[in-house]
Design a protein around this ligand. Structure first.
Ligand SMILES: Cc1cc2nc3c(=O)[nH]c(=O)nc-3n(C[C@H](O)[C@H](O)[C@H](O)COP(=O)(O)OP(=O)(O)OC[C@H]3O[C@@H](n4cnc5c(N)ncnc54)[C@H](O)[C@@H]3O)c2cc1C
Length: 468
């Protein structure tokens, strides 16, 4: 029997898309940069349906692209046209299996949306701390598979720190039942770690047991401005010394980001800032009575590291400050094409890195613009170059490999990483090969081969086969 016919024997018609128009949005990535063909997009609702679909793909030698919210920024969740594959979209596998308040855990299926999970935690007087601008669409399976970071990593870690157990359908079609709420389990290799951040290349995550945390008593959000990145790093170090573990977020926003917000979202009124200023968005979580941190910021103003500071006086203003930050990727999308980098660096080297990278890229493209923002508190920058008006998109695009090489050479010179939180996907597959050591690549390939010897899971993403 033909593959599609066989799929139709088990899944209902509303669970299978085969029409070109219907499939299109699932085959196109969030940025609209990658578009690949699939034989079908299927939406299993139960674990048995996932297992059955994987077994059917094995039988017909069809590759699988696992997909959740399709907000990947590196082309990880869409197919590659030359590889006959189907998309298994997990969004209908979205049950809350258990909330265990005594043990502070929650077990959910992979299609649960991150924002809904956070809301549910809140309703139960608990915190699920991972927060990012895509939380209204990103789903737990995707968030785990990318080891997502977001704004609160400085305080709570990445997704890896929040996962206790996993359930995974393996490339063999077997189900690995690794759901557990244990905080400690030293019984050999910690298998779940392999699947976290694997970008769907080792199996399909169907459910996860996650940590719930106590809810902070209160929060404070500050918007400060400085006139250099070095001053911003000084402010971070000063805060760490005095109130270290209360810092929940420390975000940096360049002046160019604020200009983009003004242009594309004029309804978002910006707090006071001078042209050229960097903004810092700081969130503090208090588990005890809040302290008076006014004097810390006054101290920074006196020392000249901070120009100006505003504290959000109510929840509405807190949301407003965050909304400005969260609209930056959307404003970039509206502005048009840019050459993007999601990089990680030792925090102390960030000021020098930014200076040198802009300098070097400007030698190649004299009027290039730079849009820089990100989670400075954990050393993660979104460092993007924008298309100068004098250059066509095609001319600018053709310089991407050279710009990437300049940026990544400098990143590695400063002992950084070419992917902080978005992953590798299709976008960075060649760069990974260039910058990762031969030994590391070979170990990764051996793990891939051991779990997925026929390369059925998300081929062409993250890792190229040995001979490519
Ligand atoms: C506006 C915006 C802001 C963002 N901000 C951040 C941020 O602050 N921090 C951050 O880390 N990321 C951020 N991202 C990137 C993205 O949202 C995250 O990578 C997110 O974790 C992806 O989740 P998803 O459900 O959309 O996964 P998808 O995009 O569907 O998939 C991501 C990867 O995981 C694989 N996958 C998906 N589901 C499964 C599954 N069930 N089992 C196995 N593999 C699977 C896919 O094959 C793909 O390789 C942002 C994206 C946008 C659009």
């Amino acid at each position: 029997m033909h593959f599609i016919e066989e799929i139709q024997t088990r899944l209902s018609s509303y669970q299978i898309l085969i029409n070109e128009e219907d499939k299109k949005s699932y085959e196109t990535d969030w940025r609209g940069r990658y578009q690949g063909d699939s034989l079908a997009v299927v939406f299993p609702k139960t674990i048995d349906e996932v297992i059955w679909t994987v077994q059917c793909c094995i039988k017909h030698n069809i590759k699988i692209v696992p997909q959740s919210g399709n907000t990947s920024l590196c082309g990880g969740s869409v197919p590659i046209t030359s590889i006959p594959s189907i998309i298994i979209n997990l969004s209908k596998l979205n049950q809350i299996r258990e909330i265990d308040l005594d043990n502070n855990t929650i077990t959910v299926e992979s299609g649960v949306i991150l924002g809904q999970l956070s809301d549910l935690a809140l309703k139960n007087d608990r915190l699920f701390p991972l927060s990012m601008a895509s939380e209204g669409s990103a789903q737990i399976g995707g968030v785990i598979s990318t080891n997502a970071g977001g704004t609160a990593v400085i305080r709570y870690g990445t997704m890896r720190a929040l996962v206790l157990g996993l359930e995974v359908v393996l490339p063999s079609g077997e189900l690995w039942q690794g759901l557990t709420g244990l905080r400690k389990d030293n019984t050999g290799y910690d298998l779940k770690q392999l699947f976290i951040g694997a970008e769907g290349t080792l199996g399909i995550i169907t459910a996860a047991t996650l940590k719930l945390l106590p809810l902070p008593k209160t929060k404070e959000v500050y918007w400060a401005t400085t006139n250099s990145v070095q001053h911003t790093v000084n402010v971070l170090n000063h805060l760490k010394k005095i109130i270290g573990d209360q810092i929940c977020a420390f975000e940096i926003i360049s002046s160019a980001c604020l200009q983009l917000i003004k242009k594309h979202f004029p309804q978002l009124v910006l707090p006071h800032h001078e042209e050229g200023d960097w903004a810092i968005l700081i969130e503090l979580d208090y588990f005890n009575e809040p302290q008076d941190n006014h004097s810390i910021f006054m101290d920074c103003i006196e020392k000249g590291t901070v120009n100006d500071v505003a504290i959000a006086v109510n929840e509405q203003q807190r949301d407003h400050f965050w909304s400005i930050r969260e609209h930056i990727p959307l404003a970039e999308k509206r502005e048009g094409f840019s050459i993007k980098h999601d990089i990680s660096l030792p925090i102390s080297s960030i000021p020098q890195f930014i200076l040198e990278a802009i300098n070097e890229v400007s030698k190649l493209i004299p009027s290039v613009g730079n849009v820089c923002f990100g989670h400075l508190g954990d050393g993660n920058l979104h460092f993007n170059f924008t298309n100068p008006s004098q250059m066509t998109k095609e001319e600018f695009l053709s310089l991407t490999p050279t710009v990437n090489q300049i940026v990544y050479d400098l990143v590695y010179h400063f002992n950084g990483s070419l992917s902080a939180e978005h992953g590798i996907g299709q976008l960075k597959v060649n760069s990974l090969k260039k910058y990762k050591s031969q030994l590391e690549l070979s170990l990764m390939q051996k793990i891939k081969y051991a779990i997925d010897p026929t390369n059925i899971m998300n081929p062409g993403k993250m890792l190229l086969p040995n001979n490519d």
